[in-house]
Design a protein around this ligand. Structure first.
Ligand code: ZN
Length: 238
């Protein structure tokens, strides 16, 4: 199992121009969260929900991974067995940067899935309708492979399995409101946190090192710390 987990949230994709429901402007302003990404909205508001994710898929088509994604890819190449990438993001910026085996906790925008039989298919950046709306195996209606608010997130089981063997946890770009960063950090020997600014949801006393900068400005320092950690040199984190 990997000694180092790099756990990322929206902050790392923000500089690739990908907005979330917490930002103002863009795609999200035309919709209400409760209508398009809350448990049950596929039953009550299927067309609009499908259309929203079709637009988000289209939106990431031309977006490019930024310097932080690219440096993480180089680090993964250097230490393929020691680093696990886990993200709350549903975009494909890590994949576009060339990263492999990324655990997407909240799903992956390019996948559609059958809620009945588990059939899953990567439709790229196209609309669900242009693929097909019904499962080719069981004919049930397909849905975006996205965990909505109020739904269970099965990948969290894997997250906690990886945390069991984690020695260094590196958290980049997450405010701690969706997932409890304080709790995550309790699993690791050392934790590095990089956010743009402090968050009320995060207790800095539980973190070995905090870096308040844009992810692209912080990544060189983070890569250096991980490199030192994996070489057995811990003093930068004490
Ligand atoms: Zn099916």
């Amino acid at each position: 199992m990997s000694k180092v987990i790099i756990f990322t949230g929206a902050g790392i994709s923000a500089q690739s121009g990908i907005s979330t429901f917490r930002d103002s402007g863009g795609l999200w302003e035309q919709y209400r969260i409760e209508d398009i990404c809350t448990a049950g909205c596929l039953e009550t508001n299927r067309q609009e929900t499908i259309e929203f994710y079709d637009k988000r898929r289209e939106d990431i088509k031309d977006k490019k991974p930024n310097y932080a994604h690219k440096q993480i890819k180089l680090l993964q190449d250097k230490y393929p067995n020691s680093i696990k990438l886990i993200t709350q993001n549903v975009d494909d910026m890590f994949e576009k940067a060339g990263c492999v085996d990324v655990l997407h906790l909240h799903g992956f925008l390019k996948n559609v899935v059958c809620p009945k039989c588990g059939y899953k298919h990567n439709i790229g950046y196209s609309s669900l309708k242009s693929f097909q709306e019904n499962c080719p195996r069981c004919n049930c209606l397909l849905r975006p492979d996205i965990v909505f608010f109020g739904e269970s997130a099965p990948k969290y089981i894997e997250l906690y399995r990886y945390l069991e063997s984690c020695e260094l946890l590196v958290i980049i770009g997450t405010s701690g409101y969706v997932i409890d960063v304080n709790h995550l950090s309790s699993y690791a020997t050392k934790t590095i946190l990089n956010n743009l600014e402090p968050s009320d949801a995060i207790d800095e006393k539980k973190i070995s090192k905090v870096i308040y900068k844009k992810a692209t400005d912080a990544i060189d320092e983070i890569v250096c710390d991980i490199d030192n950690f994996l070489k057995g040199n811990l003093e930068t984190l004490v």
